[in-house]
Design a protein around this ligand. Sequence first.
Ligand SMILES: C[S@@+](CC[C@H](N)C(=O)[O-])C[C@H]1O[C@@H](n2cnc3c(N)ncnc32)[C@H](O)[C@@H]1O
Length: 318
Amino acid sequence: MGKKRINHLNDLNGSEWLYWTDSLYITSYPPDVTHALRKAHGAMKPPEVMAEIISFFTQRGQLVLDPFAGVGGTLLGAAMTRRQAIGFELNPAWVKIYEEIKAGFMVQDGQLVEADNRPRPNRATSGEWLPRQKDPGPAGSGPGTKGSGTSQLATQSGTWPITGEMRQGDCLELLKELGDESVEVVVTDPPYGAQHGATGFAAETNFNMLNAGETADFGNAPDFETYLELMHRFGLEAHRVLKPQKYLIIMVGDRFRAGEYVPLGYLVAEEMRRVGFRFKGLKIWSNKATQRPLKPYAVLSSFVPNITHQNILILKKE
Ligand SMILES: C[S@@+](CC[C@H](N)C(=O)[O-])C[C@H]1O[C@@H](n2cnc3c(N)ncnc32)[C@H](O)[C@@H]1O
């Protein structure tokens, strides 16, 4: 009989581990119960996706850090998988929304549900609170599409509160408050590069998250060079606070700017290599639930891509 191998990274079994190593990642999660509150942000990530990422890079009870926390997609994913979590977010409006979610929702069997004491508007008339759809149905789903609970989420039974803490401020300052080698994973979704004018960026992305006039906002960097310098400073701190052999996961989209493709995922990964991380790979994430119709940029004239994927960069502190 072979010796039983110890899993030092996560709580998954061999086949769950293997499934997650696929470089293509297609999801189609329907809006969850917190979506009506979170959607004000515009660039928020599905808690289910964050829960799956967290499930791979941590074990139950470990500490997850998100320095660009938005309205709390990562913190909610951590709650769903029973991890501890800390988030930093510059914009007080997003922190307030997360606090509202924390007070009004909880986790039941790995899924977010309304807390018993939550004041409920009249659903029949307001339509404000979307009921959780257990099964997204065939639309948008295809082979390999993740759209309902995953096995590792479904195996967590019971009811528990959302406990992740979100601190308001500039992450470059707040990160200094964390001790060396104090967190098991950094999972984050920073602004995708320089703004180049709010109007252009909004038209390009439909995002509503920019903090006008806030120079500490990475998305307000005047150009990609400055953005990458800021990411370098963030990377140094992420490297310091991570325990050895643990991972930094960055979600970042590529851009098309001034007639040229900007492989921002690759550029950010290179910057993190300069910090000292080893680049282990990426998952190309396609979120079918939010995919918009393709736009006819320069049709019959020149190739312009519709960038429908995001990069999930996997970097390790070795
Ligand atoms: C793409 S969004 C993150 C969304 C998040 N994943 C969610 O699910 O809500 C990036 C966030 O970074 C925040 N941000 C930008 N610069 C920051 C900084 N220096 N410190 C902390 N947060 C910052 C923005 O306000 C924005 O909410």
